[in-house]
Ligand binder design. Structure first.
Ligand SMILES: [Zn+2]
Length: 171
């Protein structure tokens, strides 16, 4: 397979596929988990879309202008849910960068191993190959991260993805 024969461009809940070679083709895949969270955020009147941040991040960014995210016991400055970024009113200076790292981790994990594994499993199910052409099911992605946390028995905020986001947000 020649290099750059398949290019993927994640944009919000969509991934644009450009397959190059003897027969060039284009395709679009939907990440239903991220799309669902984005629709829920759009209809939540406690949240407002930050268009400037969204264009910069290449995905939906919502701010909570009147409340802090999380729970009273554990408030958050920001949160990434799939490809969606949520930010509190006045998050810490590094928070948007931290959450953007999580979106990149999400895209990277999907493209590198989750989607190929989902496609392999779907190949054993009638119609599965057609579904995974258009939909990033993400079935194995959630299971993997949950299993990793259980196996490693990690405290919250000590997961490898949190350590990486903490490290990369620093300038
Ligand atoms: Zn984090």
């Amino acid at each position: 397979m020649p290099s750059l024969s398949h290019l993927s461009f994640p944009v919000g809940p969509l991934t644009l596929d450009w397959r190059r070679g003897e027969a060039t083709s284009f395709g679009v895949r939907l990440d239903p988990r991220s799309a669902g969270w984005m629709v829920a955020a759009a209809f939540d009147d406690r949240l407002e879309m930050d268009w400037r941040a969204a264009v910069s991040a290449g995905t939906a960014v919502f701010r909570a202008p009147r409340h802090r995210l999380g729970t009273p016991e554990e408030p958050h400055d920001g949160e990434a849910v799939g490809s969606l970024i949520l930010l509190s009113t006045n998050p810490g200076a590094d928070t948007p960068g931290h959450e953007r790292v999580h979106v990149l981790q999400h895209d990277f994990g999907r493209e590198l191993w989750s989607t190929p594994l989902d496609r392999w499993v779907a190949g054993f199910i009638p119609g599965g190959a057609t579904v995974t052409t258009w939909v990033d099911t993400g079935l194995l992605y959630g299971g993997f991260t949950w299993s990793l946390m259980e196996i490693l028995d990690l405290e919250r905020h000590n997961e490898p993805w949190e350590v990486e986001a903490d490290f990369l947000e620093r300038r």
